[in-house]
Design a protein around this ligand. Structure first.
Ligand SMILES: Cc1ncc(COP(=O)(O)O)c(C=O)c1O
Length: 361
């Protein structure tokens, strides 16, 4: 089976893990600190705080910004449910805006109409490793005095006009889940330029304990273990090569699928660098996506849908009374989107085989 994704843990990381386990210093120690430093340099940001998952990262940022009951947070209608769940968890209301089918990210033209006097923040998602249209989003945020938390869970290394995804808003949040190009099993990262916000999330991830002032907030335990950090650290040595490989693979798919009239390949934006965390295609209306997934599976290719239309998920539909037709682009991406295998685990000829199988359907 050609897998959709496979973690590429370097052999060298395994001996570090054993060493750490033997040392008995297991949680948030030297390796977490080193992983934070490497990520901080890579993303060119002032503060980086490692946490236990991408969801934990988003949750802590909302807490640190004091977003809660009575507040509204604008998010794209197409994402992984965590983007909306964390807003619910802090007691605020996720306000959905449709996406564009060019980048699968927030449709900037739909944001202003959703701003009310309760709106506190926007969470743009850099979906599939493509950057959201972040500059106009930041302009709107400045004009309406809104906070921005970038959900860059899938976007380590993604760029917009040369600036790394996750570094424009008050906070950027990343995930190290096994589907990501750099994985620690579970894991997440928060970056920020603001010293006070950095101190706050640092305390909140560790039961609310501040390095200098003792117990200052009711916090959580969202720490990462050192042996997980060692895995991430080892993968950061190869991050540039990993991304170049993904871009090459996406180019191969794009070329081979060029004349396939029932498949829309990702749009290339000259001012954005897509790291193809997911290589995502959009199928024509006449193609039954779930049958295609099954057909590909029978032919040895693992694929999956890309992300969820949040308004079609039972909880949000029931709570906010959404109709399936409310966010048409999000629904189309949800129903007709397909993620194809990409990553260093692919062998020569795999992409040709996958495309051939897709074309023979
Ligand atoms: C856009 C987005 N946000 C948040 C998350 C949550 O990250 P994690 O699984 O590390 O909690 C994911 C996970 O894939 C995601 O894709």
């Amino acid at each position: 089976m050609i897998r959709l994704a496979k973690p590429g843990i370097p052999e060298a990381a395994l001996s570090s893990v054993i060493e750490i386990l033997k040392s008995g210093d297991l949680v948030q120690g030297r390796y977490v600190k080193e992983f934070e430093t490497v990520l901080q340099e890579y993303l060119n940001t002032s503060y980086s705080i490692i946490v236990s998952s991408g969801t934990a990262a988003l949750h802590l940022c909302l807490m640190a910004l004091g977003i809660g009951k009575g507040d509204e947070v604008i998010i794209p209608a197409f994402s992984f449910p965590a983007t909306a769940n964390v807003v619910e968890i802090v007691g605020a209301v996720p306000v959905l805006v449709d996406i564009t089918l060019d980048d699968y990210c927030l449709d900037v033209s739909g944001i202003v109409a959703k701003i009310t006097d309760r709106t506190k923040a926007i969470i743009p998602v850099h979906e599939f490793g493509q950057s959201a249209d972040i500059e106009p989003i930041m302009r709107i945020a400045r004009e309406y005095d809104l906070l921005v938390i970038e959900d860059a869970a899938c976007a380590l290394g993604t760029e917009y006009n040369g600036r790394k995804a996750g570094t424009s808003g008050s906070f950027g949040c990343f995930s190290f889940h096994p589907r990501k190009a750099v994985t620690t099993g579970e894991g997440g990262l928060i970056v920020t330029e603001d010293r006070n916000l950095a101190d706050k999330v640092q305390a909140l991830r560790n039961h609310g304990i501040s390095d200098n002032s003792g117990f200052v907030y009711p916090g959580l335990n969202y720490r990462m273990t050192d042996f997980q950090a060692a895995l991430g650290l080892a993968q950061m040595d190869n991050i540039d090569k990993t991304i170049v490989n993904r871009i090459k693979m996406a180019d191969s798919y794009n070329k081979l699928l060029e004349n396939c009239d029932y498949i829309r390949t990702p749009v290339i934006f000259p001012d954005r660098k897509n790291v193809y965390q997911t290589y995502h295609i959009l199928l024509a209306e006449r193609i039954e996506r779930d049958k295609l997934i099954e057909y590909l599976r029978r032919n040895g290719v693992q694929t999956n849908f890309g992300a969820h239309a949040l308004h079609c998920l039972t909880y949000f539909k029931d709570k906010y009374g959404y109709e399936d037709t409310d966010f048409p682009a999000a629904r189309q991406a949800y129903k007709k989107g397909l993620a194809l295998p990409v990553g260093d685990h692919l062998k020569t000829g795999d992409i040709e085989y996958i495309v051939e199988t897709l074309k023979n359907v």
